[in-house]
Design a protein around this ligand. Sequence first.
Ligand SMILES: CC(C)(COP(=O)(O)OP(=O)(O)OC[C@H]1O[C@@H](n2cnc3c(N)ncnc32)[C@H](O)[C@@H]1OP(=O)(O)O)[C@@H](O)C(=O)NCCC(=O)NCCS
Length: 161
Amino acid sequence: MSSTPALSAAPHIDAETPADAAAVDALVLTAFGPGRFAKAAERLRERASVSAGFVARDGGRLLGAVRLWSITIGGMPALFLGPIAVAADNRKAGLGAELVRACLDWAANQGMGVLLVGDSPYFGRFGFTAAVGVSLPGPVDPRRLLWRGADQPTGTVRPAV
Ligand SMILES: CC(C)(COP(=O)(O)OP(=O)(O)OC[C@H]1O[C@@H](n2cnc3c(N)ncnc32)[C@H](O)[C@@H]1OP(=O)(O)O)[C@@H](O)C(=O)NCCC(=O)NCCS
């Protein structure tokens, strides 16, 4: 007699597809509000290419999303993480960590480090530390500019395509 495989109710992480774009935008807008468009990180993303995106789904519902963007830092290729958002009613269940780890696995496969603007109390647990000597083309709190990678880069961040 054949048995039916158990179906996991846990959300899982997938690569983002073009069909996810509208739901990702809505999730990010809800999480950050329209003020995020004024930020230096957003200025950078406007001119950079998406290298990869990951989503957390539960059935048809999008519960979390994150993107990685192609950049250079002082001429060195790297990836810029963000925005990352998890639906408010699904936080503190590890989805954010799974999304970050998907990004770090992708970056490792590319042989690149990851830069982001974010809260070090959250991202420190994944090995991110202050990106001393790195500057964005716009104002950013240096305590929030974080790096994780083999070599500590220095120089100005530029969008890459
Ligand atoms: C940040 C975010 C993506 C984390 O998603 P998540 O699925 O809740 O993350 P995890 O389950 O992996 O981790 C939850 C833990 O991180 C902590 N945490 C969440 N955001 C934090 C922050 N900005 N600073 C410090 N700790 C934070 C939670 O308090 C929780 O702590 P606990 O494990 O001691 O209970 C989510 O809170 C979110 O979407 N926030 C709004 C958007 C945002 O601010 N994004 C950028 C953050 S810099």
